[in-house]
Design a protein around this ligand. Structure first.
Ligand code: ADP
Ligand code: MG
Length: 291
């Protein structure tokens, strides 16, 4: 996780030689393992002194934060404060932007996500992401949208069908689409499309799900449905949700982080952040005085 070599920095991350662990198809969990997994299995994501840049622009300024397994953590703060940048660092999407880089350390349990020998593609499989605007693959059917990532990871035949059904059930969409799996994903409503994208994300069995304002393009009913789904998913994943909607953070998040101008101002139990924050800036934000 080093900046371009022209920029020497004392903040560069300690290099881990540990390979990024990912179960291969031959190490599939047995159904029993899977049951155990569904009880308590998320992983801890830790940020240590995370800085993120777009060229000269310093968008995230030394954030230390821990996302607990099987919990939902919300990130709130005014537009432009660095929420999206921070979550895109977690699954290494930030570095895809020309000129963008990050320093510090991000770990998933004991594994350095930016360590030497870590395969970026497997990072993104293990740390899945759902975006603001539902983005089903436009030419694909509902089933193929969910299967898209599976085929890349070598799952074939009947297993694909089974995993598609399991993922659609997991995303709370199966009953609505089971009779039209071969119809285009784009034909679904916005809320259904977002749940389809969640199904696509969980199909490859990630450990962590990042959601960047997943409901901001949805109507209130669809929003509620996705929020219920988030509540269900947390028994199996570590969930990070960026939201500009404070009521939503209040409804879904166990913990909330408040950011301002690239800094993490405050992090704590959601209830405390909203009712008894320790920092005056948090109080002003949650009471609607700015943002
Ligand atoms: P938020 O998600 O909280 O609205 P962002 O993480 O998108 O904030 O943006 C943080 C800062 O980084 C902002 O100042 C924004 O203008 C800048 N930024 C975001 N994306 C880019 C980009 N692709 N290139 C340059 N600057 C960017
Ligand atoms: Mg954003």
């Amino acid at each position: 996780m080093n900046p371009p070599s022209s920029t020497s920095s004392k903040e560069s991350a300690p290099v881990s030689t540990q390979r990024f662990r990912r179960k291969t198809a031959t190490e599939e969990p047995s159904p029993r393992d899977r049951d155990a997994r569904s009880e308590a299995t998320g992983r801890t994501v830790r940020l240590d002194d995370l800085h993120a840049y777009y060229g000269e622009q310093h968008a995230v300024k030394g954030v230390d934060l821990e996302f607990a397994p099987n919990r939902v953590t919300a990130i709130i703060g005014p537009s432009g404060c660095g929420k999206s940048t921070l979550v895109r660092c977690i699954n290494r999407m930030h570095e895809e932007i020309p000129g963008a880089y990050a320093t510090g350390r991000i770990s998933l349990d004991d594994t350095d996500v930016y360590g030497d020998g870590v395969d970026v593609v497997s990072v993104r499989r293990v740390i899945g992401m759902v975006f603001q605007k539902p983005n089903p693959f436009p030419t694909m059917s509902i089933a193929d949208n969910v299967a898209a990532g599976l085929k890349l990871s070598g799952v074939r035949g009947a297993d694909v069908k089974e995993r598609v059904e399991r993922s659609l059930r997991g995303a709370g969409l199966w009953d609505e689409v089971k009779d039209r799996l071969d119809r285009p994903g784009m034909g679904l409503s916005g809320g259904q499309q977002q749940r389809l994208c969640i199904a696509r994300t969980i199909a490859v069995e990630p450990e962590v799900i990042l959601m960047d304002e997943p409901c901001s393009a949805l109507d209130p009913v669809a929003t509620l449905r996705v929020e219920e789904l988030i509540e269900e998913l947390k028994s199996r994943y570590t969930i990070v949700i960026v939201t500009h909607n404070m009521q939503q953070a209040g409804r879904v998040a166990d913990s909330t982080a408040f950011m301002l101008s690239g800094d993490l101002v405050e992090f704590g139990p959601t209830q405390q952040i909203f009712t008894n924050p320790g920092d005056e800036r948090t109080e002003q934000y949650v009471t609607g005085k700015f943002g």
